[in-house]
Design a protein around this ligand. Structure first.
Ligand code: ADP
Ligand code: MG
Length: 467
């Protein structure tokens, strides 16, 4: 039976490839065969469900090929007992596939609650902070805005501490994937070599640990433990701004590790050069490896991310709904995920499919909050720029066609894109009467209907203002 199981695992590994095998299947252990049923164990509910839905049929077929008596494969959640043939397992828990919150301060102090049947494996040292199971390279969607950062992260994961990539400094706005990439590097390094210690922690946590060490007079131990790791990752370094003692300690740890040829990965919301309040010498060192930024997402990337998440959650989301989300929720991937989660939860709860109407209904508040507020001034500025006029032409009394027409366009857009009343718009355009605005709106509509080139122009302006 043990030999059969080893062959089945080997076959699966060949079929799905090393990466997929390590991610999902490596932790499977054989519990035993019970009549017609082979019972396999996995440590988390998430893994069980995933393996069941993605590899369940294949597992059954492979079993049957080995042993015709087996008709079913049952996967249960349980920690493997020692000696049951498990390979070393370092997955530190798995969250639901679409968990949205980022680990906040409270969470970074206390470990998140685990499902009851899950027991955390012994960490190799207390510096090994649990990694988010779904933050791997496999689940990271690559697009123009993040391809460089992603390539650097891959490179560091494959060859830690290569010249030119140490430290790796990742920066970008909130929710663009910094933490995801760092965890992905950590997963990949640990899986490539389970003897390597990867210490990942937020800068806040670094500080708390340092302060705790000071209090308990164990700074030597703190230093030694930290300097013994192979890879040190500090997330959200901007938190250390103004925290002089902690910065000092970090600086020394940093130098000690780099001198020993160890890899450092740091993330922040700003590039090193903009980190005011960080000591100069530390700033210089931070910038002397590879600095890679995660740019704001594009519509295409947002759409791909939604498609990937919907596929992973195995839910059917109409293209129109994904387009709506990708258009409206533009700043933060976390919020994009959150919106998708809500739709999925709602659909599950009420047993109804997701439709464009249900999306509008369920996400009413989210979509409203993301409605871009355009000011009349912004409209005037953009329109003036577009037609090569001065901003003052928008409010002046000049009636020359080359000025009057763009002004009408601006009034039209003000009516379309803001909640302002006609008299108010008139006032903002050089104290004009509300009938002038009314006339502008209908004139522009007419022209758009009659002249495709003009319509395209106005539509373009509108798009520029809306995004
Ligand atoms: P940051 O640390 O930059 O604030 P996170 O790494 O926490 O952002 O990302 C926020 C959420 O968005 C996470 O759930 C993450 O998985 C997801 N996310 C961000 N970028 C991507 C991407 N390119 N592909 C898939 N998921 C992404
Ligand atoms: Mg983060």
């Amino acid at each position: 039976m043990v030999a059969c199981w080893a062959r089945i695992r080997g076959r699966l590994r060949d079929e799905v490839g090393e990466v997929e095998y390590r991610t999902w299947l490596r932790q499977m252990t054989l519990h035993g065969i019970d009549g017609e049923e082979a019972v396999i164990l996995l440590p988390t509910r998430f893994l069980r469900d995933w393996v069941n839905s993605h590899y369940g049929d294949r597992l059954r077929a492979l079993w049957q090929a080995e042993d015709g008596a087996v008709r079913r494969v049952e996967i249960r959640v349980a920690q493997a007992t020692v000696g049951a043939g498990a390979e070393p397992a370092y997955a530190e828990g798995a969250a639901a596939p679409l968990r949205t919150e980022a680990p906040g301060l409270a969470e970074s102090l206390a470990p998140p609650p685990r499902p009851p049947e899950f027991r955390t494996p012994e960490p190799r040292s207390d510096w090994v902070v649990p990694l988010e199971a779904r933050f791997t390279f496999d689940t990271f969607v690559v697009g123009k805005p993040n391809e460089f950062a992603h390539a650097c992260a891959r490179r560091v994961a494959e060859r830690p501490a290569s010249p030119g990539f140490n430290p790796l400094f990742l920066y970008g706005g909130v929710g663009l994937g910094k933490t995801h990439l760092m965890h992905a590097i950590a997963w990949a390094i640990r899986e490539g070599d389970t003897h390597r210690t990867v210490a990942y922690m937020s800068a806040e946590k670094f500080m708390y640990r340092f302060i705790a060490a000071l209090r308990s007079q164990s700074t030597m131990e703190f230093k030694e433990t930290l300097r013994a790791v192979d890879v040190l990752m500090i997330d959200d370094l901007q938190f250390l701004i103004g925290k002089d003692n902690t910065q000092e300690e970090f600086f020394h740890t940093f130098n000690a590790l780099v001198d020993q040829g160890k890899q450092i990965v740091v993330s922040s919301d700003k590039p090193p050069s903009d980190l005011a309040g960080i000591e100069d010498r530390l700033r210089t060192r931070l910038g002397c490896g590879m600095v890679a930024d995660l740019h704001a997402t594009t519509y295409e990337l947002r759409l791909s991310i939604l498609q990937a998440k919907a596929a992973a959650a195995q839910v059917l989301v109409p293209a129109k709904v994904m387009e709506l989300l990708a258009t409206k929720i533009t700043t933060n991937v976390r919020e994009l995920e959150g919106a998708l989660n809500r739709l999925v939860a709602h659909a599950n709860l009420f047993g109804r499919p997701i439709t464009i109407d249900s999306a509008h209904e369920v996400l009413h508040d989210v979509l409203r909050a993301h409605e871009k507020r355009v000011s009349i001034e912004e409209i005037q500025r953009k329109v003036a720029e577009h037609y090569n006029l001065r901003l003052t032409d928008m409010v002046s009394a000049r009636r020359a066609r080359n000025v009057a027409r763009p002004r009408q366009v601006a009034m039209y857009l003000a009516k379309q894109l803001t909640q302002r009343s006609l008299p108010e718009i008139g006032r903002r355009f050089g104290n004009r009467d509300h009938t002038t605005v009314m006339h502008a709106v209908s004139r522009v509509s007419e022209l758009m209907a009659a002249d495709a080139g003009f319509a395209e122009d106005v539509t373009l302006l509108r798009k520029m203002l809306e995004t």
